[in-house]
Design a protein around this ligand. Structure first.
Ligand SMILES: Nc1ncnc2c1ncn2[C@@H]1O[C@H](COP(=O)(O)OP(=O)(O)OP(=O)(O)O)[C@@H](O)[C@H]1O
Length: 246
């Protein structure tokens, strides 16, 4: 398994052509040494909001990392909005954003507004347009008063808001989020949930143990031991999952 860190870098020209919708995997397997951690996974995800659930170690994060090109499968095909992530990382960066559990993995610029503005470099927006979009986003999300603050002085909830903002402000076609509410208290988890499921107009695939967040999605996929074991309405999958671990 190759495992590359995920730099947030400005986008370059897009060689992939027009966007094709959805996330499609056919017979995808991932191995780490002798261990198979995704096993013959086939999925067609066209729903707008997709929750990926399952116990620790079932393969949820690995799935997201495959979709983001951070992990290369040993077999199978992957298409993310028409792009093969392993083959066309620059094209992928234009269309796909990744939200980590820990916002400190993502915040890279010294101040709040610089971190948001950095995300918009390479998008073709002028300096003035970038400043307007950043200030608009900060005002809409209650962070205008922290505009010039050191990003790492924010509270945990504010940091996650900033990290998600830095992804959403680019208006990607797809957001991949790996347990985005795990480190948050209830009010902040709800704020982040609203941001991801209500504000983002594009597709989102969220790996999560937060079943309230999963319930807000349009489709759920359940993993166990690296395989897809169920797919369907979140309410049904969550009820089955809860019943199993009662
Ligand atoms: N780089 C790696 N090397 C070896 N094993 C790995 C590697 N990455 C993941 N694994 C293993 O693959 C399995 C799936 O891991 P993954 O992180 O995808 O699960 P997960 O469902 O996201 O778990 P969690 O809910 O705990 O985050 C685990 O057993 C994990 O230990």
């Amino acid at each position: 398994m190759s495992d590359r860190r995920h730099p947030r870098r400005p986008a370059g020209p897009d060689p992939a052509g027009p966007a094709a919708a959805g996330v499609h995997l056919a017979h995808v397997s991932v191995e780490a040494g002798d261990t198979r951690i995704l096993d013959d996974v086939s999925l067609d995800l066209d729903a707008r909001r997709v929750a990926v659930i399952g116990v620790n170690g079932s393969g949820k994060s690995t799935l997201l990392r495959v979709l983001d090109g951070l992990v290369r499968p040993v077999s199978g095909t992957v298409r993310v909005h028409g792009i093969d992530p392993a083959a066309a990382p620059r094209a992928l960066r234009r269309r796909v954003g990744f939200v980590f559990t820990d916002p400190d993995m993502q915040i890279i610029m010294p101040t709040v507004h610089e971190d948001l503005a950095f995300s918009l470099r390479g998008t073709g927006l002028s300096r003035v347009q970038i400043a307007e979009r950043v200030d608009g986003w900060l005002a809409d999300h209650g962070l205008a008063h922290r505009r010039d603050a050191p990003a790492h002085s924010l509270s945990g909830g504010q940091k996650q808001l900033l990290a998600i903002g830095a992804v959403l402000i680019r208006r990607p076609d797809l957001v991949l989020a790996d347990e985005p509410t795990t480190m948050l208290d209830l009010p902040n988890a709800r704020r982040v949930t609203r941001l991801l499921v209500e504000e983002h107009p594009g597709q989102i695939v969220i790996a999560t143990h937060d079943l309230d967040l999963a319930a807000r999605c349009d489709l759920a996929v359940r993993f166990a031991a690296g395989r897809v074991v169920d797919i369907g309405a979140p309410a049904r999958l969550i009820a089955d999952y809860r019943a199993e671990w009662r």
